[in-house]
Design a protein around this ligand. Structure first.
Ligand code: 9WN
Length: 409
């Protein structure tokens, strides 16, 4: 047991609001979808029951459609914009109107396999909600083949260059005055620009205007892009959900069918010109033509290949610590700007799980060691400059603490 282990556990406890965990106090004062799934994995290293509680509170926010929203606004907090008054989804508890990377089944499998006896009944209770969420992704968001996102926030990699071509088509000029709250917590140089925010809010206003009708948002919304990151996480999550279903004695043929269909769509997000998986604007078919860290989540879904490895090593070798969120050898790279270059411990962990499964334990170990050094040097920050290690974003961050306990230490 090291002092850092103690600190990581203390961060999970401090951010625990009683059944759900905040990403960090101040900057993110609500429950976020994929943050919560990582938190559950972290809790499982020292409190198995609390891990399942975290997944329960997350899945309890499920909409009738099956969607699990990206934010659950359990208690009002003026410290975050846009809050429930902007989203106006009519849910109870209040939630946002979009989703986030579907990693809950991936984490549920990891947690279940840490203690199957303790987890079996907890999993049994959760399983139908996971299936309904995956069905929502398949029926609502995989109609073009790969997984589509209707807002950059759904990707979890908010303002990465992958989305620039889609955001170009969003008109943010009609958005009324609003006050951002993130800039009171973190320096503007590290955060998305005002132009980005105007467009983010314009997309929210569209969803609100159509009463959060899924079909209308997909057919007519201002933004629709295929996300390689979510596609690979969903594919892995389908496979893991099928494993969990079999452990419970369930018929998993429907889930296996979703996975087969999604896997057959992967050629649609392979960009020959880039020699990598790439985001795609589903309104006109154009590729983003930019290498983002979402591409490397291919390993998580068993979809790595030699060309992708060449690209991974090129981007990774161009920095010093961790896989960069955007290609360091392009003009848009910025090592401290949100998702436009920095490295995220959680993304590194997912890539490493994939690399290990692909037989590249040497690369997985390199990624672990680099991530651990960032955390050891600076503490549990949200993300880091991959060139000079500068810690960025929120501190005492839940998912960084969780990743330390489960993978990086
Ligand atoms: C919008 C909570 C979330 C993460 C995302 C990260 C950031 C929110 C924001 O924080 O997004 O969802 O306001 O910037 O990009 O991945 O889940 O930690």
């Amino acid at each position: 047991m090291t002092n850092l282990d103690d600190q990581a556990r203390a961060i999970l406890r401090q951010n625990d609001m009683g059944g759900y965990t905040l990403p960090t106090h101040g900057l993110y004062p609500y429950q976020w979808n994929w943050d919560s799934a990582f938190a559950a994995w972290g809790f499982a290293t020292f409190d198995n029951a609390r891990a399942w509680d975290e997944l329960d509170t997350l899945m309890a926010s499920q909409w009738e459609s099956g969607m699990i929203p990206h934010i659950i606004f359990h208690q009002p907090d003026p410290g975050y914009f846009p809050g429930p008054d902007v989203w106006q989804t009519g849910q109870s508890p209040a939630t946002s109107g979009i989703s986030q990377p579907p990693i809950a089944a991936i984490m549920a499998r990891l947690i279940f396999e840490m203690d199957e006896d303790a987890g079996r009944e907890r999993l049994r209770a959760l399983y139908p909600r996971l299936v309904d969420w995956h069905r929502w992704w398949h029926e609502v968001r995989c109609t073009h083949g790969p997984a589509a996102i209707v807002h950059p926030w759904e990707s979890g990699r908010d303002n990465c260059p992958d989305w620039d071509i889609g955001m170009d088509g969003v008109d943010g000029s009609g958005v009324g005055p609003y006050e951002r709250r993130d800039l009171g917590h973190v320096h503007a140089d590290m955060r998305p620009t005002k132009e980005d925010y105007d467009r983010y809010i314009a997309i929210v206003e569209f969803g609100r205007g159509v009463g959060w009708n899924d079909a209308k948002i997909v057919s007519d919304g201002p933004f629709l892009m295929a996300d390689p990151g979510i596609t690979f996480m969903l594919l892995r999550a389908h496979d893991d959900l099928a494993v969990l279903g079999r452990a419970l004695g369930e018929d998993v043929s429907e889930i296996e069918g979703w996975a087969t269909t999604l896997r057959s769509a992967l050629p649609l997000i392979w960009n020959d010109a880039l020699n990598a998986f790439d985001a795609r604007n589903l309104r006109n078919g154009a590729f983003a033509n930019i290498l983002g860290s979402g591409a490397f989540l291919a390993y998580l879904a068993g979809a790595g290949n030699p060309q992708l490895e060449t690209q991974l090593l090129r981007a990774w070798d161009a920095v010093n610590y961790g896989v960069p969120s955007a290609d360091p050898e392009t003009a848009s790279f910025n090592p401290r700007k949100y998702w436009r270059g920095p490295t995220w411990p959680v993304v590194n962990a997912l890539i490493a799980i994939g690399l290990n499964a692909d037989g590249r334990s040497d690369l997985a170990e390199r990624l672990r060691a680099e991530t651990a050094e960032l955390i050891r040097t600076h503490g549990f920050y949200e993300y880091f400059d991959p060139v000079d290690t500068t810690p960025c974003g929120g501190k005492n961050f839940t998912w960084t603490a969780a990743i330390w306990l489960t993978w990086a230490s």
